[in-house]
Design a protein. Structure first.
Length: 339
């Protein structure tokens, strides 16, 4: 009998009362591939969660109060709510844990802020230890709020997060902060600016710790940066398009990830509804070259993630109402057999 792994998928499609319609538990069959999960009521989203062997913490955006929620797992994989913390405004969108494993960081998209919570011994959310409000605007006419889309921890005390504007002038930026117990302070240098209208969304560190890659949702590009961990400084050295030549319909880039061995990078496009594969030209320089483009098997591939074996990636198609598994080639990184 094939061994199974549980995959938890947070759904986004609240009803008129602001209640989410459930969380899907999808059995993933390692020996065969990922089963296709479809829901007519709930929009699947692969949840950005902080996980341990027995707990995970997720962000929810239900009305009237958004929250960060901590849950524990039982022996059967069922979930039990430990506690939750209501968030100011509506828009918690990305949860991550710092390198020490003692603090949870929540990026609030709608509120344009970041908050930090300490963790209790049982994995529940404890006290809010930091709150950072962003102020600024974008050059994009429809994206005027200063939104915080993600938080990517690096090491024990550094975090990098993308934003669309800042009080220092229009244009996107990647901000670096250092987290200490009960505080969050700006790094020096505090941020790296990118061209206006890029719309930096999510980030991924290369396993070697020398390069950072960001997805620009409005410009439909992958941005590559050198990372100086001693200074917390980013220097951009490349930008590559995510859309096919000649594609003119509306589309925004969404997710980005680097394979565990560092050889390949993956990105998704919402509109073109595709997954793009890039390879590294050189192990020393980190530059990317296009490898492949495949359909996402559904509309609006908002998130994707890798399975524990690194043989498959699972795509969450927001408007398609389905979750698709696509097999990846070990040697060439190409997406192949569909699960």
């Amino acid at each position: 009998m094939a061994k199974t792994t549980l995959l938890y998928i947070a759904t986004q499609n609240p009803d008129k009362h602001g209640h989410h319609r459930g969380r899907v538990r999808l059995g993933h069959r390692r020996a065969v591939g990922a089963e296709d999960g479809r829901s007519r009521r709930a929009t699947p989203r692969i949840s950005r969660c902080r996980t341990t062997a027995s707990t995970y913490t997720c962000a929810t955006r239900a009305r009237p109060a958004a929250s960060a929620r901590s849950r524990s797992t039982t022996k059967t994989g069922a979930l039990r709510l430990l506690n939750y913390k209501e968030s100011k405004g509506r828009g918690p969108s990305y949860v991550s844990v710092d390198g020490s494993g003692k603090y949870v960081l929540d990026a609030n998209y709608g509120g344009g802020f970041v908050e930090v919570y300490s963790l209790a011994k049982d994995g529940s959310l404890d006290q809010q230890t930091a709150f950072v409000q962003h102020i600024g605007s974008s050059v994009h006419p429809q994206r005027q709020i200063e939104a915080v889309r993600a938080l990517v921890p690096h090491g024990s005390d550094q975090q990098v997060w993308p934003g669309r504007g800042s009080r220092h002038g229009p244009g996107g930026h990647l901000q670096v902060r250092r987290t200490r117990p009960a505080s969050s302070r700006r790094n020096d240098p505090p941020f790296t600016k990118v061209a206006g209208g890029m719309g930096p969304r999510h980030l991924a560190f290369h396993p070697n710790g020398k390069w950072v890659y960001g997805i620009a949702e409005l410009a439909n590009e992958v941005m590559a940066f050198n990372w100086d961990a001693s200074k917390g400084a980013l220097t951009q050295f490349q930008s590559v398009k995510t859309l096919a030549d000649g594609f003119k319909d509306p589309s925004t880039a969404a997710e980005i990830a680097v394979r565990a061995d560092g050889k390949f990078l993956y990105a998704s496009n919402r509109g073109e509804d595709s997954i793009v594969v890039y390879a590294h030209r050189s192990r020393r320089r980190g530059e990317l070259t296009f490898k492949q483009r495949v359909p996402s098997r559904g509309k609006v591939p908002r998130y994707f993630t890798f399975d524990p074996t690194n043989k498959w990636f699972i795509v969450s198609n927001q408007e398609g109402g389905n979750v698709a598994g696509v097999q990846r080639g070990r040697e060439d990184g190409r997406a192949g057999t569909e699960g």
